[in-house]
Write a protein that binds this ligand. Structure first.
Ligand code: ATP
Length: 135
C-alpha cells in the first residue's frame, strides 16, 4: 500500500516521524482518515489520539489539540504537546486526572477556572487511554 510521511511536532521539538499507510484522528469537525494522495487541507484537532497505521502494526500518539496539515506527500501535526504511547508517564497522567477532578468538584466554585480544569482532565484522560491503548 502507498505510504505517506507523517511528522508530529511540538514547541519542544519533533515527537514522531514515520512513513505510514493511514493517519486517523479526531478533527474539531469529526473523525478524519488520511491516506496517500489526500487533497491538501488544514484542520484543527481535538485533544485525542492519533493512530498511525503501518503494514503490521499501529503507533499511537496522544495529542493535546493543535492543527493537522495535509500536503501531497506529507502530513504534519503541530501540537502544543504530544507524546508517543510508550513515552507517557501513566502515574503522572493519573495524578493530573485526580487534580482536575478535585478542582471540578470544588464547592467554592468562584475559586476554580472550570474551562482550564476541564481541558486538563481531557488531556489526562487522553494520555491514560493512549498509554493503555484503550481506544
Ligand atoms: P501535568 O499537570 O502533568 O503537567 P498537563 O496536561 O498540564 O499535565 P501539558 O502542559 O500538556 O501537561 O504538557 C507539558 C509537558 O509535559 C509536555 O512536554 C508534555 O508532553 C509533557 N507531559 C505532560 N503529561 C505527561 C505524561 N503523563 N507523560 C509524559 N509526558 C507528559
Amino acid at each position: 500500500m502507498k505510504t505517506i510521511k507523517v511528522s508530529v511536532v511540538t514547541p519542544d521539538g519533533p515527537v514522531y516521524e514515520s512513513d505510514v499507510e493511514m493517519v486517523s484522528t479526531k478533527a474539531e469537525s469529526g473523525e478524519l482518515g488520511i491516506l496517500a494522495g489526500h487533497v491538501p487541507m488544514v484542520a484543527p484537532l481535538q485533544i485525542g489520539a492519533v493512530r498511525l497505521k503501518k503494514e503490521n502494526q499501529s503507533d499511537l500518539v496522544a495529542v493535546s489539540g493543535g492543527f493537522l496539515e495535509v500536503r501531497p506527500d506529507q502530513v504534519t501535526i503541530l501540537a502544543q504537546s504530544a507524546e508517543q504511547a510508550t513515552d507517557i508517564d501513566l502515574d503522572r497522567a493519573k495524578s493530573a486526572k485526580d487534580r482536575a477532578e478535585q478542582r471540578l468538584n470544588e464547592t467554592k466554585r468562584e475559586n476554580v477556572d472550570f474551562k482550564r480544569a476541564e481541558l486538563a482532565l481531557k488531556r489526562a484522560m487522553n494520555r491514560i487511554n493512549v498509554s493503555e491503548r484503550n481506544i
